[in-house]
Design a protein around this ligand. Structure first.
Ligand code: BGC
Length: 730
């Protein structure tokens, strides 16, 4: 039988070599395909190499293929996947991807297409002219998951046609450690917000309708426990109790898995002394068995090599390969070396790894390629390039940016709050981000670490040029002496401070405080007695260490993307009533910090807590009621929300739950539900939350949900109500 299938298969190969187009339309049977693959061909599917291995200069920004190198890699190693690049014109991407696939299909005996992976983490940031959304931390600040869906949809519309099959997003790590240089890539510190945002993003990205016939795979990363290293630095050790891992770190990944995420990327770091890439307990026990993930597991960048060079848990790369494969890796993002293929073949030849184990991974990879339609539609298309950067897409990014801006402080000067400012107000503008495009967008934009200023779109606004549109007099002064001199003729000083783009280890810092020059600039401005408004353009919350008390206003802008400057200006001018809320607890100091869901013995010393965000109107909460004070199957909670101010606005209603007494120490409170509500002046609405049993339960150290009878407190706005889960409900 096997022999017959083989002959049939060979016959189809021969005829299809002459009719390559026809072959690309066949419906591949993965099992038959697998049955005729050699070990070398199988192992080739399990490696992913970087663009630098197949381009002409070996520099990641170069999209000119070196065809000889590519042919050689496919002939010798049967490589099945490549990754990366940097912002390049769509036509160039098209040519590169088309030729890459053509050569891969020519050289691959069985005509297996390449799958291409890329880090489009906030829109197609590596496609010139594409729409660039706010970074995920800003999307979280909107508390509106539909923006995560919009971002995914637009990313697919603007890159799937170019042969970008596999998007390395969403980042589902929790942003709980403010020092960590990838905080801005997360949806913040709350597990529910991260779950809702990640779910909306994943579903939209993998929805086959946005770019038919092309389909795209999402990648939930970095599984698991990457974001809270003890030292705060990238890829350094974490110590995570199992119970905490299940309660806080698992939900966002679980939600994405339940939504059908096709792939998962593994955390480069170690947890409790075990690098995750070599942990069967986490990869098999947790990810596959408990969390029921059936898709493709990819390593992070060179992480098998790093088991030797960084973690030092293997003597050499062959042993590291053994450990990672046995732990459950399907694809090695080996990036710039093919030795993985050599070692894996040897390990199988020596009988240390079974071919059945290899088949498991290869089957998943081929299934993924089939699900994405790659066998049928392997080639990119240039028919719809005009939709890249289309006005409608940019409007979605701008809307998201506007809802992501958080008004942290707005002192009254005289009888009225300082912000919004009148069009005629004379503004003096300064700070490192005041006239910068790159600082608005952050890392993974144009290039890995962001690019030089001149590489950003010509029509992109900086904060200065955006304010120029909305105000009659904006004077930009980079120098503190000038600032002092000109302050006499200013009504308000705006300081746009923060950080330059970074990601990964390049963003490691020793101190959360703002840079010394920026602190001096703020102090100079404050000394002029002119009211000062600080605009924080930053990927992580840089501490002000008390300086905030001297400021009249503070706006957190995060990393609002290419449309971000206009969003900031429209909040300053009042064209937009701010509705963002902090998706993280903003530390007051550069050292002491806890998340909002801290334990009872900890104290939050935040400058502003999670969920804080002011509006130009006032929302009043009243009449909180519960359908019962004793929980049986559910409780319906209801609160009235009224806009008692004079401006239309949006309020995110946050429902927190506190478990009064636990078998183990419980967080002081945890978010259970959120909803964003729009109200016109004078309008009121009833807002509901149906509490289910699952809301009262929390996982034990094995990940099994448990319920503990006793008292709970439900909190919304400045109101709270107590109810009881009786003993018999156990
Ligand atoms: C990062 C990943 C990224 C990968 C590919 C790694 O260094 O940790 O988030 O997807 O590189 O660029």
């Amino acid at each position: 039988m096997r022999y017959v299938i083989f002959i049939l298969f060979l016959a189809s190969i021969i005829s299809c070599t002459e009719h390559r187009e026809a072959r690309s339309h066949r419906n591949v049977r993965i099992d038959s395909l697998l049955s005729v693959m050699t070990l070398e061909e199988k192992v080739g599917q399990m490696i992913q190499l970087n663009i630098t291995m197949i381009n002409q200069s070996g520099v990641p920004t170069d999209h000119r293929l070196n065809e000889d190198k590519l042919r050689d890699l496919i002939r010798t190693y049967n490589v099945g996947s490549f990754l990366n690049g940097a912002a390049t014109a769509p036509e160039k991407w098209f040519r590169y991807s088309h030729r890459l696939q053509e050569i891969a299909l020519e050289e691959s005996r069985l005509g297996i297409p390449i799958i291409y992976g890329i880090d489009h983490v906030h829109g197609a940031g590596f496609v010139e002219g594409a729409t660039v959304f706010p970074q995920p931390i800003n999307l979280a600040a909107t508390f509106n998951p539909s923006f995560a869906a919009d971002m995914a949809k637009v990313t697919v519309m603007e890159s799937a046609d170019l042969g970008h099959h596999w998007i390395f997003a969403p980042v589902l790590d929790l942003g709980i450690n403010p020092l960590w240089p990838r905080l801005w890539e997360t949806f913040g510190e709350d597990p529910l917000v991260a779950s809702e945002m990640g779910h909306a993003y994943t579903e939209a990205l993998q929805d086959p309708n946005h770019s038919t016939p092309f389909q795209v795979a999402a990648c939930a990363k970095h599984f698991i426990g990457y974001s809270d290293p003890r030292s705060g630095w990238d890829r350094t050790p974490s110590h995570i109790p199992d119970q905490y891992l299940h309660e806080f770190l698992r939900p966002s990944f679980q939600r994405a898995i339940d939504a059908g995420v096709h792939t998962v990327m593994i955390n480069s770091g170690e947890i409790n002394g075990v690098p995750v890439h070599a942990s069967p307990r986490i990869l098999k026990g947790l990810l596959r068995s408990q969390m029921r993930f059936e898709g493709v597991v990819i390593t992070d960048w060179k992480d098998i090599q790093k088991l030797v060079e960084n973690h030092r848990i293997a003597e050499n790369e062959k042993e590291a390969t053994f450990l990672a494969i046995q732990a459950g890796i399907d694809i090695s993002m080996a990036a710039s070396s093919t030795s993985f293929c050599v070692y894996l073949r040897e390990l199988v030849a020596e009988g240390r790894i079974s071919e059945t184990r290899i088949d498991e991974s290869v089957k998943r990879i081929l299934n993924l390629k089939q699900k994405l339609g790659l066998f049928e539609h392997p080639y990119p298309s240039k028919d719809r390039l005009r939709q890249i950067g289309a006005e409608a897409n940019r409007l979605l990014a701008k809307k998201a940016a506007k809802e992501s801006i958080v008004l942290l402080k707005n002192d009254s000067i005289g009888s009225a709050p300082l912000l919004p400012l009148d069009r005629s107000a004379r503004l003096l503008l300064t700070g490192m981000s005041a006239h910068s495009k790159r600082n608005l967008a952050g890392g993974w934009t144009i290039q890995w670490q962001g690019a030089k200023e001149e590489r950003y779109p010509e029509d992109m606004y900086t904060i200065k040029t955006a304010l120029d549109q909305d105000f009659e007099s904006v004077r930009y002064v980079p120098d503190p002496q000038e600032l002092k001199r000109l302050s006499k003729r200013a009504d308000v000083i705006l300081i746009a401070t923060g950080e330059e783009p970074y990601t990964e280890f390049e963003g490691n810092i020793n101190d959360l405080s703002l840079a010394q020059e920026e602190i001096e600039l703020i102090e100079t401005a404050v000394a002029t007695q002119v009211p000062v408004v600080l605009l924080l353009v930053e990927g992580r919350p840089r501490a002000l260490n008390g300086l905030e008390k001297k400021l009249a206003g503070i706006i957190w802008a995060g990393l609002p993307g290419f449309e971000g400057a206009e969003a900031i200006a429209s909040v300053v001018s009042g064209q937009v009533n701010p509705s963002g809320k902090l998706p993280l607890s903003y530390p007051a100091f550069s050292a002491h910090h806890t998340a909002y869901h801290h334990k009872p013995t900890e104290t939050g010393t935040w400058m502003y807590p999670f969920g804080h965000g002011l509006s130009y109107t006032t929302f009043e909460y009243s009449k909180l009621s519960l359908s019962d004070t004793v929980f049986s199957e559910s409780i319906q909670a209801k609160v009235q929300l009224e806009n008692v101010g004079g401006t239309a606005g949006k309020e995110t209603v946050l429902w927190f739950l506190k478990d009064e007494v636990g078998r183990i120490t419980r967080p002081v409170k945890i978010l259970k539900h959120f909803e964003k509500v729009h109200l016109n002046p004078g309008e009121r609405k009833e807002v509901f939350f149906d509490l289910e049993m699952a809301d009262l339960m929390y996982p034990n150290e094995k990940g099994v949900p448990v319920a503990e009878p006793g008292y709970f407190v439900l909190q919304v706005g400045d109101h709270q109500k107590r109810f009881r889960l009786p003993e018999w409900s156990k």
